[in-house]
Design a protein around this ligand. Structure first.
Ligand SMILES: CC(C)(COP(=O)(O)OP(=O)(O)OC[C@H]1O[C@@H](n2cnc3c(N)ncnc32)[C@H](O)[C@@H]1OP(=O)(O)O)[C@@H](O)C(=O)NCCC(=O)NCCS
Length: 140
């Protein structure tokens, strides 16, 4: 993902997530040197994923597939790509946070071997107040 693609990414993010990242959040991720991947089919964006690695731990920050293309293997393909990348950079574990109400996210992660390792209290903004995060991890 490069800066000139961020208008399209931010527009998609707004359609995919109830509490979307802002364009500025993506700019910050690019500037921070995170692994920032855009997935395309026939030149058209179908999703994206962002990962941050610190020493031997990879942290998945965002994985998204366009709503009309979900549930057909694309999220799994993106996630598998991130596993390969993280391993190539000597990561031994991947971590992520997910909302308790995010059924598709949790199902994807469980299917790929993530298990819950804890909760972060009041981690996410919610419609009323804040929402906890489930922290999940898997060995690579
Ligand atoms: C989570 C997400 C990236 C998954 O991508 P996807 O392309 O739909 O996932 P896949 O088609 O590879 O599905 C893999 C498995 O995940 C699970 N899954 C995915 N979507 C699901 C849903 N809506 N309900 C239940 N299980 C689901 C299933 O186990 C599925 O395997 P199956 O279809 O063989 O049963 C996508 O649904 C998405 O963008 N969701 C909104 C954004 C989000 O919540 N991201 C994660 C937190 S940042």
């Amino acid at each position: 993902m490069i800066e000139s693609e961020l208008d399209g990414v931010a527009e998609a993010e707004g359609r995919i997530h109830p509490f979307p990242w802002t364009r500025g959040n993506f700019v910050d991720s690019l500037a921070a040197g995170h692994q920032v991947w855009l997935a395309r089919e026939d030149g058209r964006m179908i999703g994206y994923a962002i990962m941050m690695q610190v020493l031997d731990e990879a942290h998945l920050l965002n994985i998204s597939v366009l709503p009309e293309l979900q549930r057909s293997g694309r999220g799994s393909a993106l996630l598998t790509h991130l596993f390969d990348l993280a391993r190539a950079q000597a990561a031994t574990r991947m971590l992520l946070e997910v909302r308790p109400g995010n059924v598709s996210g949790q199902a994807l992660y469980q299917r790929h071997g993530f298990v819950e390792i804890g909760r972060r209290r009041d981690y996410y903004p919610a419609h009323e107040g804040r929402e906890d995060a489930i922290v999940m991890a898997r060995d690579l």
